[in-house]
Write a protein that binds this ligand. Structure first.
Ligand SMILES: N[C@@H](CCC(=O)N[C@@H](CS)C(=O)NCC(=O)O)C(=O)O
Length: 223
């Protein structure tokens, strides 16, 4: 197994993804808590390009970017596979993982921080993106089928973190009426280990995102 360390911040969902994956694989790891307001030399040396968490250190070698780390974990510890085995299914899972990170996260965040006349349009765009995800999960318990897998981990911010963004952004996106499949999947995921056992307290996520919201909004106001 070797020595496994995770440089992470408890309120960060890219970091939670890595914790869930390691727990699903039964890999023991040391958690190194990072202060993003005063980044450690270890983080800056391990991820000099992006300077972001999470970073996995396996026998001292750093791997950055949560989607990359998930694939590394899956290739290194073969038990309880995260990605599907079939090449087409794997490509499909990677496609939707990128969609979730590049489109949905950005869209929901953008709708949350938006204020004034652009807000309604930003919410509409976020809803269109979530509608595409809702269609993907239709008729399935998890994105991968009957068992929790890679895409559930990647989309795992939706059940716990999205609701905080809704509150801070004064908007309602994920309702059972609008997105019944995604809504039901969210409820299922919150009942599923390791997700249910490894979530930061909601209040701490509110504080964490409030900081980011205030920063982005003050930058927009000072433009
Ligand atoms: N694409 C990256 C995103 C990681 C990310 O945004 N990390 C945030 C915490 S959630 C961070 O380290 N922010 C510090 C900064 O931007 O300076 C991934 O999936 O790992």
């Amino acid at each position: 197994m070797g020595e496994v360390k995770l440089i992470a911040t408890p309120q960060s969902f890219p970091c939670a993804r890595i914790e869930w994956a390691l727990k699903m694989k039964g890999v023991e790891y040391e958690y190194i808590k990072e202060n993003l307001l005063n980044k450690s030399d270890l983080l800056l040396q391990s991820n000099p390009v992006h300077k972001k968490v999470p970073v996995l250190l396996h026998n001292g070698l750093p791997i950055a970017e949560s989607l990359v780390i998930l694939e590394y974990i899956d290739e290194t510890w073969k038990q309880n596979p995260l990605l599907p085995q079939d090449p087409h299914d794997r490509a499909h899972a990677r496609f939707w993982a990128r969609f979730i990170d590049e489109k949905c996260v950005a869209g929901v965040w953008g709708a949350g921080v938006a204020q004034g006349e652009g807000k309604e349009k930003a919410i509409e765009s976020a809803l269109e993106l979530l509608a595409l995800l809702d269609k993907q999960i239709e008729g399935k318990k998890y994105f991968g089928g009957e068992e929790i897998g890679y895409l559930d981990i990647v989309a795992g911010w939706i059940p716990h973190w999205l609701n905080v963004l809704e509150e801070l952004g004064e908007m309602e996106l994920l309702t059972a009426e609008r997105f019944p499949h995604l809504h039901q999947w969210s409820l299922n995921l919150l009942q599923t280990s390791p997700v249910k056992d490894c979530l930061p307290p909601r209040d701490s996520v509110v504080d964490y995102f409030s900081f980011g919201f205030n920063y982005v909004r003050s930058m927009a106001a000072n433009k």
